[in-house]
Design a protein around this ligand. Structure first.
Ligand SMILES: C[S@@+](CC[C@H](N)C(=O)[O-])C[C@H]1O[C@@H](n2cnc3c(N)ncnc32)[C@H](O)[C@@H]1O
Length: 222
């Protein structure tokens, strides 16, 4: 069963009608990406990012999946003191994102061009917040690197983990989505059973998993 949204449409419409947390400077860009129906993070996911950035005050942020830079610009605006690294493999998106980072003077953003599978193992240091929003079928493969790169007490936000209700329904809406549904189910079980993480899965947006890295647990698996 494929769903347009995971919560009932009336509640979703009402929540979306409430005043937005998005910084004023990004409202025009948001209008553009939403009117063009570009695959950027939903309003709910963006509000969650803003909320978590405000509460957690990360000093270093990693995003996997830049697209045109909308979510990166949001985090950059909410956490101007933070250094934000973001990874994108599609050259067209890289070019659009670069233009947007320049347009919004996002000096705290560094764009890594290439496949996250190649870039992640070469990143060093730790991040206080990691936003995973790239190829859904690759989430289990990214997880060991995300955990390695996550600071103790750091938060991993994984977007779209319920994949329009297809993960919870246990079946894809078409044959080619079978692998994604299987991998996301595997990913959620990995998150929930990893002793280094505490994870909760929220049925907002397209499903958001929030994981915090426990303090004092050895990184034996990474
Ligand atoms: C849903 S979009 C990201 C939207 C963005 N976070 C936002 O809300 O503004 C996913 C992006 O991840 C990129 N992507 C997918 N797999 C990737 C990979 N293995 N390495 C780097 N980027 C990848 C895609 O090219 C696409 O631009």
């Amino acid at each position: 069963m494929a769903l347009d949204c995971l919560i009932d449409p009336v509640t979703e419409r009402y929540l979306r009608s409430l005043p937005s947390l998005l910084p004023e400077s990004l409202r025009e860009l948001e209008e553009f990406v939403r009117s063009e129906q570009l695959p950027v993070s939903s309003k709910e996911a963006i509000e969650m990012l803003i909320f978590l950035c405000t509460v957690h005050k990360p000093k270093r942020i990693l995003e996997i999946g830049t697209f045109v830079g909308f979510s990166a610009l949001t985090m950059s605006a909410v956490c101007p003191e933070a250094a934000l690294d973001t990874i994108e493999r599609n050259p067209v998106m890289v070019s659009d994102a670069k233009q947007n980072f320049q347009r919004f003077d996002a000096k705290n953003v560094t764009l890594f061009e290439g496949d996250a599978a190649v870039i992640l193992p070469n990143l060093s240091g730790t991040y206080d917040l990691i936003y995973l929003d790239a190829a859904k079928g690759q989430y289990p493969a990214y997880l060991p690197q995300c955990i390695r790169l996550l600071a103790e007490g750091g938060i991993l936000i994984s977007d779209d983990v319920l994949f329009r209700g297809q993960v919870s329904a246990g079946k894809p809406d078409c044959h080619r989505n079978q692998t994604i549904v299987n991998r996301l189910d595997e990913y959620l079980h990995l998150l929930k059973t990893d002793p280094r993480l505490t994870t909760t899965v929220l049925p907002i947006s397209d499903g958001v998993a929030l994981s915090v890295k426990r303090r004092g647990v050895l990184d034996e698996k990474a």
